[in-house]
Design a protein around this ligand. Structure first.
Ligand SMILES: [Zn+2]
Length: 296
């Protein structure tokens, strides 16, 4: 069961997440190869860790626009633990690098942007250059450069020989602004010797247990909260109808003439099928609405 755990200890804050199921669901929905599963899984897990700092109904979008064979990778995550995402070329594969999936090469160089939707003001977007394409390293740099928040992000996705996601998860460590030199050097040492987070998840560790491993040696560890995580998309048939209703009359007429239309959600791969009658009904609804608007 995927979940995210928040904790503090002394002058440091740590969030950890187990995301195996939602990464596997994303990979299955988009028919991802191993490389795309690892890359998309890391981006989705990173988005969830960043979204954990948002308020209840807020959400954010993490976008890697690299020039590698995977193409653009996008993930949305909300504070309540929902994530969705896609990769433009889920089929892309590369030879392994030192026995590991070549995620950095697959992503390539380009722009990383993060947009926060707070619901109150205009969305806020920050950007920075993609440094390595390994995702965790890029998010760490982004947080430092764009948000002046020193952090260490760790992300890992283990893809089995059969292409299934065996383990996925991540963490974010942030020393609080008043953190002591001692804390900083202790964290540095911990991070340098920490085993891969995917190995911890594969061993069955929960997010709280991953945090214990990271904060081993720290006293006063407080688990603040635990949130369930899941792959969830906001698309629906009625939303798709709304989108179709914004098409020009002649385009809708053309679709109706073709006899049917299929709209596929890029975030979750869900397909919505519309018959000729459905399409004509959408046209009629809109015509009625337009007439109403014209009335005094
Ligand atoms: Zn969808």
């Amino acid at each position: 069961m995927d979940h995210l755990c928040k904790a503090t200890a002394e002058d440091v804050r740590v969030y950890a997440a187990v995301t195996t199921d939602l990464v596997e669901e994303a990979a299955r929905r988009h028919c991802c190869g191993a490389l795309a599963t690892a890359a998309l899984g890391r981006v989705m897990t990173g988005a969830l860790l960043l979204a954990a700092n948002l308020k209840n109904r807020e959400c954010l979008t993490v976008k890697f626009q690299g020039d590698g064979p995977l193409g653009q990778i996008v993930a949305d995550a909300s504070a309540d633990g929902a994530a969705r995402g896609y990769v433009v070329h889920p089929e892309a594969e590369l030879p392994l690098t030192n026995g590991k999936l070549s995620v950095g090469q697959g992503v390539g160089r380009g722009l990383l942007s993060i947009t926060r939707f707070t619901g109150l003001k205009e969305p806020v977007t920050g950007t920075c250059d993609i440094f390595s394409g390994e995702i965790a390293e890029d998010l760490t740099r982004y947080l430092f450069q764009s948000e002046q928040t020193p952090s260490s992000v760790g992300l890992g996705v283990l893809v089995g020989e059969n292409g299934k996601t065996e383990a996925a998860g991540g963490f974010i460590i942030q020393p609080l602004p008043d953190a002591s030199e001692e804390t900083l050097s202790r964290l540095e040492k911990t991070i340098a010797t920490l085993r891969p987070v995917s190995a911890m998840v594969k061993d069955g560790l929960s997010a709280a247990e991953i945090i214990s491993e990271i904060l081993c040696g720290f006293s006063d560890v407080h688990i603040l909260s635990e949130t369930k995580l899941a792959f969830r998309c906001q698309c629906s048939r009625s939303r798709t109808e709304e989108i179709l209703s914004t098409l020009r009359d002649e385009d809708l007429a053309q679709l109706a003439e073709d006899g049917q239309a299929e709209v596929c959600c890029e975030f979750c791969g869900e397909k919505y099928h519309f018959t000729k009658e459905d399409l004509l009904a959408i046209r009629n609804i809109r015509e009625r609405l337009a007439q109403k608007e014209r009335l005094p």
